[in-house]
Design a protein around this ligand. Sequence first.
Ligand code: FEO
Length: 399
Amino acid sequence: MSIVTYEFRRGTYLLSANDLRTKLFESLWDIPEGISYNAYLLIDDRTVLVDGFKGMYADLLIDKVKELLGGRRLDYYIVHHGEPDHSGSFPYVVKEFPEVRVLTTDVGLKILRNLYDVSFNYDVVSDGYELKIGGRTLKFIHAPWLHWPDTYVTYLVEDKVLFSCDAFGSYGLLTAGYWDRDYGDIHMSLSKRYFANIVARYRGQVIKAIDKLSKYEVNVIAPAHGPLIGDVGSAIRRYLSWSKPVFDSKVVIIYSSMYGNLEEAIKYVVKGVEEVRAKAVLMKVPDTAITYVFEELLDAPSIALGVPTYDGNVFPYIKLVTHLMTTKMLDGRHIGIVSSGLWAPVVEAKLIKDLEEVKAVIEGKVSILGRAKESDKEKLIALGRSLGIKALELSSTPT
Ligand code: FEO
């Protein structure tokens, strides 16, 4: 396997490893499209490595860095963020270049020491600190919680390049350099899904970071996953719209169905949603992987949850969805519940309890015993209508 190498500014190289071996990112999110890990190498009077790869690709990174350095030493190693999708190569790099000075934050240092049993030289970078590397200057800007508390980003002042680490990243493999020039909008969904899965919990910090960075003129965003971004204005608008979020006029209907009865009932909810001309997005779990479910949930004002009873409790995959809604802080959504059981309809109250932490507005609920009866059908259609109307209202409300 080789890595993608692209000198996109004089003396500034993108080095990217394409990973198709990892099936679940963070052991949780399906990535059939793969993912890229981007490092960057700056060659000036001083030499600087920015970020790295997952550990299994460390040799590729080191070989390429040595080749491009052509016998020169590596002076600095910027570690923006300690998550092992970037820092897995860290212990190999510091062993290969023992003289390198690692640039990290206080929290980053703690994370690196907890992850790796290796000694290294380091400097803790303060917010706003500038480092001259020859004709060019690096400015370090703390951006905590994008995506962990250790995170900072680096602005290459003279070339107006922002090395943004996880922020503005994207799933998918890299074959060329720029999102806008080389990919068109292919990366739109991949980037939105990455945001929804990985960054969404930190929406407030995204808005703060974008505000903090607004005083810098940026011509290129160089993220740690996915293509370079030349159309910086569009990227920022996208991130802000996902962070606020700006709602779509849709009802996302997430359900499980063991024997088809609940699936049949859900069709009446869809009917109600479509009657008021809102969009119904059907997602059966686990048939549909949660990575896609959370991409849809990011901008969904209204949600219907179809939940069977399982061992006297909420069906496990719906439990996973509500648990992740809590961790991703998808607060204040309008939710309709369709629950099913056969002899004891206990699951509705349990699901409502699970939704307490996300401050869900319960728009309505229908409890079914076995198959939906005629009397249930009108209630299901009415629930769909009411969720659809709410979606239309909230999607047209300016944020
Ligand atoms: Fe791509 Fe939070 O690591």
